[in-house]
Design a protein around this ligand. Structure first.
Ligand SMILES: Nc1ncnc2c1ncn2[C@@H]1O[C@H](COP(=O)(O)OP(=O)(O)OP(=O)(O)O)[C@@H](O)[C@H]1O
Ligand SMILES: [Mg+2]
Length: 231
């Protein structure tokens, strides 16, 4: 009896190479992102981690190789196009607006509205309630939707950036060193959040320098060294 063919991974980079000058930043890298698992991407400074996620998230096309989403080849012309396909990246700067409140940062451009034409208004009550409910569901209980994000902890800020990616339909969530600037307690909060996101079936890619962090959450790990996958 034949074994059933394995389902293709959610996202796959196949034989991807990227070079900016003489030295390749990525050299024939193949990398899978399965749904519902955390894949840790490890490697020293300059190993090619950020370059790989920029290829996955549409910042630039690979010099060679291809991307497959659900087994079908895709080309992303921009990060916006990648996001439209469900591939979201949260960079270290989080792209939050410090003086704006929690709920505005949660939506940032996709706020709910009510009314039509000249009577169109932000639906503030619904927006506030939705933002707090979604954050609560991610294990981040907040009480004041107008609290400026500048006054939140680092872990809470991460949570808002991640919640926003989920709101926009992320199926693949790429986190570039999400805990680099955090203390131990905040780091624990973010790792717990990663587990919650994974339990929703999202394929998480976690970039880290820290093997202990990979031990805490990784289902799979990929180590890059000078642009090549070494394990
Ligand atoms: N836009 C670019 N132009 C030229 N070279 C680049 C560019 N982006 C990355 N590189 C080079 O590609 C290599 C890999 O860089 P990359 O940023 O992917 O490493 P990294 O693993 O993310 O490192 P770090 O841990 O320091 O963030 C480095 O040698 C870097 O100098
Ligand atoms: Mg990097």
């Amino acid at each position: 009896m034949n074994a059933p063919a394995a389902a293709p991974p959610l996202l796959r980079a196949e034989h991807v190479s990227q070079r900016f000058g003489a030295v390749p930043s990525l050299d024939d890298v193949s990398f899978d992102v399965p749904a519902g698992l955390v894949t840790c991407l490890l490697g020293d400074n300059g190993a090619g981690k950020s370059t790989l996620i920029k290829v996955l998230s549409g910042v630039f096309p690979p010099t060679r190789g291809r991307l497959l989403l659900d087994g079908r080849e895709v080309r992303f012309g921009s990060p916006r196009a990648a996001l439209a396909h469900g591939i979201a990246t949260v960079y270290q700067d989080l792209a939050l607006i410090p003086l704006l409140g929690v709920w505005r940062n949660f939506f940032l451009g996709t706020e709910p509205v009510r009314g039509r034409g000249p009577a169109r208004r932000l639906d503030v009550a619904r927006g506030r309630a939705t933002a707090l409910a979604e954050l609560d569901a991610l294990g981040i209980p907040l009480t004041d939707p107008e609290q400026p994000v500048a006054t939140l902890s680092g872990g809470q800020r991460q949570a808002i950036a991640i919640a926003r990616a989920l709101l926009r339909g992320a199926r693949v969530l790429i986190l570039d060193e999400p805990t680099a600037a955090l203390g131990a307690a905040q780091r624990g909060l973010v790792l717990e959040l990663v587990r919650t996101v994974k339990a929703r079936g999202v394929g998480v890619v976690l970039i880290t320098h820290d093997p202990a962090q990979a031990d805490a959450v990784a289902d799979r790990r990929v180590v890059l060294e000078r642009g090549r996958v070494v394990s």
